[in-house]
Design a protein around this ligand. Structure first.
Ligand code: GLU
Length: 546
């Protein structure tokens, strides 16, 4: 352990040197330098997605991950995954596992990170605490940061006073002037303290690729806490703003692409880069995603986790395409369907819009329909199987037969044109597996359609024919021939002719084409399924009895 730490410490020293020697050292007072296009060519781009494993991956963060991934792939750079799990109370391993599964499902493989590792491991912040402590010591030694011994009560009183006086709630700077020796003594005696950064008294500026030049006055930022209150040499738990900066610098991140909820954190991070003399990366803060009511997208707007989209039967290529369009558009055009390769080719951060994007189910469904139609039926069979297995209509897929699989593919192809998402399939296909003659009769609209004399005649004529055929043997050609005969016999045509038959076979007067439906019903009736699929003949018999 001791040896490992020594090696790591060596690595940090050389990394710090790396930043200094490349001429990136910034003196206080310097604004964040822009990366020129020359630099960009010389330096490989490196971006990261840095989720906190405190819950499911949702639309907003997934879009952030995608834009990072696309930017890295477009520029030939690296895409890192870093797990920000310093909030131990809220972080859970199962969320991390799910998160990685969701990213892989979206096709966003990472070049460095958990499971892949890489030159900057570990990629979990909870495993990097010793690193942060070392940098805290450095900042304290250089007096860039100081120990703050203010108690919660004191800080609370300060805040209350500021509110009462209608002032901004900034830290008073009370502990700024504690003499370094005295500060170390108090810490050595076990007095708890937080560590605060000494914010310089010049404005904090940075360049944002979406928003342009951004500037924050230093008094708005006030001396931010880097490490929460605790005792020992370097206090308690380091905070997000601090560890994110240390890690982005050590991991040589060139572009920080994230949600604009972090915009107000950025000046604090810029101040930390400056305190260390590190080069500030480029930033790109992505606009919010709103619900249809123009409020920030949240649980109120329904399921928006990536896991729930997958469960619904949204295809990953549809979701990736959709997420890409939430705030970005390709150059010169109104094109909306892009494969992941096409997105990689076309994606430019410069074309990301600063105005909020509105989440639009109709468009996601439109794209999903597009990709469902393009998908191999065998793939859809595999994806949709679980819904039917759960309903008790299909056997477990590993205990199935090739015959059943081929038939289920026919079921999918039959209903595909009517689907927005795959989980709608059982409801659409319900009448195949669970034909309910009584419910079909009880339906008011059906009852009206069947009440005419012509409908009765048609039904009788159809029953006669189907009753004389062997159960499960009717072909679409046979069906067509019967319908022509019935038309001639009864004089009924169009809806008058087809509605009664359709109701008797499916329970509804509209539905999929008979040409495709009849083979599904007849073949299904001969299969060994957990529920018996009624043949045409059995359906009509039940219907007439109901
Ligand atoms: N852990 C932060 C989040 O999930 C990361 C923000 C950032 O990218 O800096 O919001």
């Amino acid at each position: 352990m001791a040896k490992k730490r020594a090696v790591e410490a060596g690595t940090f020293a050389s990394l710090t040197n790396y930043f200094h020697h490349r001429g990136h050292r910034e003196t206080e007072g310097n604004a964040a330098k822009l990366v020129s296009s020359e630099d960009m060519k010389a330096q490989k781009t490196r971006v990261r997605f840095a989720p906190s494993p405190t819950g499911l991956l949702h639309v907003g963060n997934a879009r952030t991950a995608l834009y990072n991934w696309l930017f890295a792939r477009h520029t030939g750079g690296d895409f890192l995954l870093r797990i920000e799990d310093t909030d131990l109370d809220r972080s859970e391993a199962r969320h991390e596992t799910q998160l990685m599964e969701d990213l892989r499902w979206l096709g966003l493989e990472w070049d460095e990170g958990p499971g892949v590792e890489g030159p900057h491991a570990p990629y979990r912040q909870s495993e990097r605490l010793a690193i942060y402590r070392e940098y805290t010591e450095q900042l304290l030694q250089e007096s860039k940061a100081y120990r703050c011994f203010c108690t919660n009560e004191e800080l609370e009183a300060e805040r209350a006073k500021a509110v009462a006086e209608h002032r901004a709630q900034a830290y008073s700077g009370k502990c700024r002037s504690i003499d370094a020796e005295r500060s170390a003594e108090r810490a050595a005696l076990g007095e708890p303290f937080a560590v605060r950064l000494r914010i310089p008294d010049h404005p904090l500026r940075f360049h944002d690729m979406v928003r342009g030049e951004v500037e924050f006055a230093s008094d708005v930022v006030s001396d931010p806490i880097l490490v929460r209150s605790g005792s020992g040499k370097t206090g308690g738990v380091p905070v997000y703003n601090y560890v994110v900066t240390v890690d982005d610098a050590l991991m040589e991140i060139t572009h920080v692409i994230r949600g604009d909820d972090h915009l107000s954190n950025t000046p604090k991070q810029v101040a930390i880069y400056q305190a260390f003399g590190w080069k500030t990366p480029e930033f790109a803060h992505l606009s919010m995603i709103l619900g249809s009511d123009r409020e920030r997208l949240s649980k109120r707007h329904g399921a928006t986790s990536i896991a729930s989209f997958r469960e619904m039967g949204i295809l990953p290529e549809a979701l990736v395409n959709y997420l890409a369009l939430l705030g970005w558009g390709a150059e010169g055009g109104t094109r909306e369907t892009f494969s992941q390769e096409e997105l990689t080719r076309e994606f430019k951060l410069e074309r990301v819009t600063a105005s909020p994007a509105v989440f639009d189910w109709a468009k996601l469904h439109w794209l999903n329909r597009h990709y469902l139609k393009q998908a191999e039926p065998a793939r859809l069979t595999e994806l949709a199987w679980a819904y039917f297995e759960k309903a008790g209509w299909l056997p477990a897929s590993d205990g199935s037969s090739a015959e059943i699989e081929a038939w289920f593919e026919m079921v999918i192809v039959l209903f595909l044109p009517a689907l927005d998402q795959l989980d709608q399939l059982p409801e659409k296909a319900k009448f195949i597996f669970k034909f309910d003659a009584e419910a079909a009769r009880a339906d008011e609209e059906n009852a009206t359609l069947l009440a005419t004399e012509s409908a009765q005649k048609v039904l009788e004529a159809f029953a006669e024919r189907v009753g004389s055929a062997a159960s499960g043997s009717v072909t679409p050609e046979q069906f067509k021939a019967w319908m022509n005969e019935i038309k001639a016999e009864t004089g009924a045509k169009g809806k008058e002719l087809f509605h009664p038959v359709r109701i008797a076979l499916t329970g509804a007067h509209s539905g999929p084409e008979f040409d495709k439906l009849i083979p599904v019903i007849e073949t299904g009736s001969g299969l060994d399924l957990p529920v018996h699929v009624l043949s045409l003949r059995e359906r009509v018999e039940q219907f007439l009895r109901a």
